[in-house]
Design a binder for this molecule. Sequence first.
Ligand SMILES: O=P(O)(O)OC[C@H]1O[C@@H](O)[C@H](O)[C@@H](O)[C@@H]1O
Length: 314
Amino acid sequence: MIFTEDQEVPAQLPHIQRIEVNQLYCLRVQTARAELLIAEQGAQVLRYQEHGQEPVIWMSEEAAFEAGNSVRGGIPVCWPWFGDLMRNPPQVQALHSGGRLPAHGLVRGIEWILVENAIEGDSVRLTLAIPPTSESPSLRHLPPGLELRLEILLDDRLHLKLTTSNGSEQHIALSQALHSYFAVSSIHNATVEGLEGQRYIETLEGWAERQQKRALVVSSETDRIYLDLPPQLAIRDDGWNRRIRIEASGSTSAVVWNPWASKARRLSQFADDAWQRMLCIETANVMDDLVELAPGEEHSMGVALWAEPLGGAA
Ligand SMILES: O=P(O)(O)OC[C@H]1O[C@@H](O)[C@H](O)[C@@H](O)[C@@H]1O
């Protein structure tokens, strides 16, 4: 059962409540361990925080929570292309002959439909899906029968699984990302582990290919696409004495982004100094890690997120 905002929620956990945050309807999940907030617009996770701990996911202090606009922070879903469509492989571009072509695809600013909610012991499962492509003005240029759903499972971790089903009659190529904004005590205290030795595309220097030598310390504007990655990445945060674990499936690429000081001033819903408190590591299917689906096929890309105190194995 989902409680509404004007109903009193029972003391017993877990429970789910549907609330309004400015212009957006959101699902607020409370378990004995954590709180999770998801906007129905974009199926965007807005908050994930264990009680008594710092948030795992960052949300902008200037977030607007407006209908039609992606919220700055949380975990926006980028689909069926990531970033600028014209920077995507030709197969991905080929699918999009008409309509608006906004950065990061078509589903961040539309209403998704809640198709499943279940409390199973201490954990909660929610599934949201995009409306049928033929019924949504923003999606009507996509092949009819193409479906997308996001399954969200909250137990002692947060698990997201983004599944594309090709119920259309044509071959599909797409790129996508779970554009996770992580909260850090200070960007100056954060190190990204797991990228060592991997190749990446440096989008800020003519999209040149480079190789990461050691663990990444972000010390200037950073906008990179890492390729051929192992499933496990982590953010080591010495200020908050924790490591955020990021475990991907169905993905071997990730985008690492921090706008730093100068670009921060040009971003919407973003305080001038907010770059110091966030770091995006976006579980992705981009560049040659794109998704190709024949009619009837489906693909899932997932990520599990959790934080651990430092001191465990790196
Ligand atoms: O402002 P948006 O559309 O949410 O995009 C934010 C950033 O998203 C990142 O994923 C991109 O790599 C950046 O280039 C981009 O600036």
